[in-house]
Design a protein. Sequence first.
Length: 198
Amino acid sequence: MLAGCLSLLAGVAVTFGAIATTTSAAFLPGTAVAGAGFGLAFLGALRMTTALAAPDQRAGLLAAIFLVSYLAFSVPALIAGVATTRFGLYSTALVYSASVAALAAAAAGTLLFRPGGKPTRAAPASHAVMPPGPCTAPRVRRPWNPAGGNPATTIESAGEPEVNALSPGAPRRPQGVLDASAREPITPAAAKEGVPDA
């Protein structure tokens, strides 16, 4: 998290310098470094914060973190948009990047000079057994019987392979009248002949 804050501070400093000198060649690398630093800092803060919560409280904590994060993105952007109409884009961009640099420096200073210098202790692990949620049940393995037929069309039932309508050895039914059990058409002539069901 400290590396992210320092990278964010360095990237915003380069971005501020690029805006102040109107140098587009420095602006793009500065924003790239600032973006990478923000990502590292956000992931570090997220990991540090969620480690402090008990497992049954993490969902609510993550919801609160993302609510505050989206507000932290949107409210300053709205303020900057209003400020741009009054003070101009150049001045607003300088103040905005200086504000982000001050916040990144404060976060880095807090991490460097925290009392005790030790990270906070993680929450104890919960020993409650949670039921599996959707899509988390273990896969059911079906037996594979290559000697009894094609494994894609053979179904194991009580140890003996059951041949379905798609199996190579299954009797073919002629086209025509619908058979209610197999939902396949049967011709009247085949019905008189008594084609055996599979």
